[in-house]
Design a protein around this ligand. Structure first.
Ligand code: ADP
Ligand code: MG
Length: 425
């Protein structure tokens, strides 16, 4: 009989997980605590209904859904679960009801207290471990309450020792059930997360294509506006001239954003040529010096001559300008940006280091993804474009950073082949 009931209980514990998997195909279940609290509550209640009654106590797996509901769906879900349980427990009968109610409340409190920490944990095994720990807590609660109960009634005889053994055995079953079901939950969550990422990637793809076609159309009128503004500017003096200069700067900015968008959807490596990287770095310094000076940031270079690469000059320039501009923007007034060029692992190695505000681990993981920006007027395109360009060149780009200390970007590019160098003389 015990085995029958236990199997029914195990089945009942897994039903809500199946419901979760089925429903999460259609909606984001993490945001449906009441629904899941209700479903898990019903599961707990059915566990009580199919409990094995022994020594006047109910033996069932009702705490497994309770632990899952609090940890995965929050205190509200847990509260709903426990309310349903208490009502049904009262309805079932008065037999050792105080013991039942007290242990339910204490078993709710355990997961409730660790929930905040639980949410911050990333590792799947650790999360399952915490679930299992909570089942040990539930077993301990039962044991302690039982001991106090017997002690108050003045009897702790041979029967009680037997009972403690049973609680221990039952605890092991509960422990394993919680382990298995939380593993299941973790897999479901991971699957859900993956689906979400795929959906987002699809959205970005469509958006990218749309943006690219629009960018293409907007570019021509901008070129015309720019041309006429320049013409008008040359004949103006004073305030009006300054206004036109401002308008021109904004047109430039718009053009830059547009070419970033175009690059994003298809960074094409066009005409390739042999070039000395140190020359390119000097060009970047020349380009960005005015901006750096305005921000009170100094640029330092440490270059080695004759490191040749064979690639698209404009694309590479664009990628490096983005990375260096970010470094300058991150460095506050009085900050420094170092650009060094060397050979590493038989590759051209460009290192751009700043002593700016740095990035947190979370930001570090997101850098290079589309539209990630922490700046007020940022587009979140720069690093995404740079990553794509460098990757299209068979190179690699790596970010290391520490908040408050600074950021170091390492770009590795394949060196130009000897035969090409020889041909160029
Ligand atoms: P944007 O510059 O428009 O914000 P980017 O794609 O160029 O977009 O950069 C994305 C984000 O990455 C920035 O908003 C910033 O938070 C972070 N970042 C990039 N480079 C650095 C750096 N050198 N130091 C600190 N944060 C950086
Ligand atoms: Mg940027």
């Amino acid at each position: 009989m015990l085995v029958d009931k236990l199997l029914v209980n195990i089945f009942l514990v897994f039903v809500p997980l199946l419901v979760y998997s089925a429903l999460s195909d259609h909606r984001h279940m993490k945001h449906a605590p009441l629904l899941m609290g209700g479903v898990l509550g019903v599961s707990s209640v059915l566990c009580i209904t199919f409990a094995y009654i022994w020594y006047g106590l109910y033996w069932d797996l009702r705490y497994v859904p309770l632990i899952l509901s609090v940890l995965y769906f929050g205190p509200k879900a847990g509260l709903l679960n426990i309310t349903v349980m208490v009502l049904v427990r009262i309805y079932v009968g008065p037999e050792s009801i105080q013991v039942g109610l007290l242990s339910m409340i204490l078993c709710y409190l355990g997961p409730f207290l660790v929930r905040k920490r639980f949410m911050q944990i990333k590792g799947m095994f650790l999360r399952v471990g915490i679930n299992m720990l909570m089942s040990i807590w539930a077993s301990m609660v039962m044991l302690i309450i039982l001991l106090i109960h017997s002690w108050a009634n003045g009897k702790l005889d041979k029967d009680e020792i037997e009972l403690i053994k049973i609680i221990f055995g039952f605890g092991v079953i509960q422990f394993l059930s919680v382990g298995a079901s939380s593993f299941w939950m973790e897999f479901s969550l991971e699957r859900e997360e993956m689906r979400r990422k795929i959906r987002q990637a699809e959205r970005i793809n469509t958006l990218g294509e749309l943006a690219a076609s629009m960018a293409h159309e907007v570019r021509n009128p901008l070129t015309v506006i720019k041309g006429f503004l320049q013409m008008v500017q040359s004949g103006l003096e004073g305030k009006n001239r300054r206004y036109i200069a401002l308008a021109l700067a904004e047109v430039d900015r718009a053009e830059r954003i547009i070419s970033d968008y175009l690059n994003l959807s298809r960074p094409k490596i066009g005409k390739t040529e042999l070039m000395d990287l140190s020359g390119m770095v000097q060009q970047i310094v020349l380009l960005l010096k005015p901006m750096a000076t305005k921000q009170g940031v100094r640029l330092y270079t440490e270059l080695r001559n004759e490191i040749y690469v064979h690639t698209d000059r404009n694309q590479l320039l664009q990628a490096l300008v983005h990375v260096t501009r970010n470094a300058i923007e991150a460095a506050e007034d009085g900050g420094r940006v170092y650009i060094t060029l060397a050979i590493q692992e038989e590759k051209a190695c460009l290192n751009i280091r700043d002593n700016g505000k740095g990035m947190s681990q979370e930001h570090l993981e997101r850098v290079g993804t589309l539209f990630f920006s922490t700046k007020e007027v940022g587009t979140g395109l720069g690093t995404a474009v740079s990553f794509r360009i460098i990757e299209a060149m068979d190179g690699s780009i790596r970010y290391e950073s520490e908040p408050g200390v600074g950021t170091e970007v390492t770009i590795l590019l394949p060196l130009a082949q000897e035969s090409l160098l020889a041909a160029e003389g």
